[in-house]
Design a protein around this ligand. Sequence first.
Ligand SMILES: [Zn+2]
Length: 173
Amino acid sequence: MPIKTYYHSRCGGHTESAKAVWNTSEKNHKVGVPCPYCRKFPLNWQIKIKAAELFNLLKIPHFERKPFKIGVLKKTPSGRVNEISIEADNKKFAINSEDLRNLLGYTNVKSTRFEISNTPEEVIFDGTGAGHGVGMCQWGAQFLAKKGKTYREILAHYYPSYKISSNTQSLLP
Ligand SMILES: [Zn+2]
């Protein structure tokens, strides 16, 4: 059976299961694998967003002039942020981090491997890596290829427990 061969830019140290990222019932990509290889080309990024703008996008109240606190509620097994919380005025909101990436733009929040903090005016993301983290890490794969690993070895690393088959008949219409 063919599988969906997900890939992404840089995992930042460990790839991720499909379930942890998309909460799918998909049986493939059950586990992530360690990937120390892309760490040699770290992509560290930061974005700041005005608190009022974020509250607007999330369609939650502004809490004007009231202090608020933003933090990590839940992490995935590989250490990515799964859910963030916003607490203010004795209310607590939970937001899924992939939904947040979708809302703020995938080029702004490059991955869910981030720390989050806030000032009274701004929310600050300090992150590393790029992409959802499921399947093959492209920068890691490039590093392994340059070290002389074959495509079979690279695929076996990022897609463990799957076999490579040259029988493509089942893919044809
Ligand atoms: Zn990687």
